[in-house]
Design a protein around this ligand. Sequence first.
Ligand code: 13P
Length: 316
Amino acid sequence: MIVTTDDLFRQAYGKYAVGAYNINNMEQAIGLFEGNARAEAPFIVQIAKGSRDYAGVIMIENIILAAEKMYPDNIFAVHLDHGDEKTCYDCIESGFYSSVMIDASHESFDENVAITQRISSKAHEKGISVEAELGMLGGVEEDINIDEKHAMLTDPDEAKEFVNMSGCDSLAVAIGTSHGAYKFAGGQGLHFERIGAIQKRIPNFPLVMHGSSSVPKSEVDRINAAGGALDESARGVDEDEFARAIRLGVTKVNIDTDGRLVWTRVHREFFNDHPEVFDFRKPGVIMIEEYARFIEQKSTKLMSAGKLRDMRASVS
Ligand code: 13P
């Protein structure tokens, strides 16, 4: 069942975070739906502009519809990740998305408010939820590359003003994470004092944490042992920090990089071990199972595992 992110956040706020996973192909879709079915977790399927370009809009949307038919008990939102204004309108008009993100965080504060207002009023007419972003995350996301010098934590006072003026339903905040595999060079982590200060200004308002992959060292090591050349210093978010962030209002946790690492590890190892094989369905089956396990385990860390029954009661 497709619901809005607003439906999900109303139940989850302060208790657990809903995992929001970027997908690009059929193997990821099946693994995602299977893993959440096993975990009995509500979740968010994220489609970024890059995914719409890669698979094609018709293909990626129909992959999700097919997965919904295969797993009729799952409850999830379909969300546009990092939309520009035009892509948001396309998705709002399409009738398929239950949630869109307008990312105008690179604009001035006033321009960000104005663009988000326009998207919010169009989306709300159709019952679609809107995520906006304030502050600037570092790292690489699709074709946007923000270097660490220009990354900027979200200002709590601005967050309050932004939410009041823009009409958005959730806010992506810059709280120390960044997109991609290279988030933390040393021992840094999430800026909890900043998340707490934001929650004080906008209590009960769902916060979104982008750049939340944990980039497990074991995964990086296995990829490199099988011929990869990832930087050994790659570090992500410590999964044990999720619980504290959730209590401070983080309700949506975005994960893309970790899924790519699963894919890369499975395929590198498989073709290394079986250089004579050219049947891609063999590693495909392994990928689906490994991705499903990854999702199941992540739902436990996000504390969304086992919450499907309560969610069903609240949305039906
Ligand atoms: P990661 O690169 O940490 O997976 O973050 C993805 C993300 O925030 C997508 O919006």
